[in-house]
Write a protein of this length. Sequence first.
Length: 213
Amino acid sequence: MQKKNRVILALDVTSRADALRVVEAVKGHVDAIKINWPLILATGPDIIREMSRVKDVICDFKIADIPNTNKLIVEQAMSRGATAVICHGFTGDDSVKACVDAAKGQVFVVTEMSHPGGKQFTAPVADELAALAKSAGARGIVAPATRPERIAALRKIIGSLEIISPGVGAQGGKASDAIRAGADYIIVGRAIYDAPDPGGAAKALADEVKDGV
Ligand code: O7M
């Protein structure tokens, strides 16, 4: 995954035709495609391979199980061409380590979630989850663009690990604020794929990010 546009597309559409249309329009303005359950359940897991031929794919399965099950899930994602996977950290260090081993380090660990409910259970333990991501050897963390001050605080804990940050646009966060607070990439879904011109929307976000640094 090359850090060029610093935008990751959250491809939460539910048909192959929409997925191909959006990716074709935005591929010059994003660095990776994040695939989550809506698209996998609608189209089947081979969509990972198909998308990986266009861009790096991050499989956002928010993996949260015992170590052996985590390992089996990650192996399935990586064998279909995923570049990285996303797991939860609340399952503990052995479960996160199982993901890190199976993905050869290409793991992002969810810390504080971006939606209002993210304050309820994830925020109080987010610092510990970030420290766990670091000690387990993960590539980075997921941190909320809706609360840029939390990105800055979590950055202090993880040092040079990467931060990918959702919550821009539909959830109210601003791309340049997240980048200035220390995010490496923003993750954006609806503000791109629901836009009348997804390519233009992705370009505008990439331009905002460039201006923000
Ligand atoms: O831009 P949106 O709001 O349409 O989509 C945001 C995407 O980021 C969507 O795919 C969510 O599942 C994801 N996400 C969050 O919105 N908040 C979080 O705290 C974490 C994620 C995420 O990507 O976790 C890995």
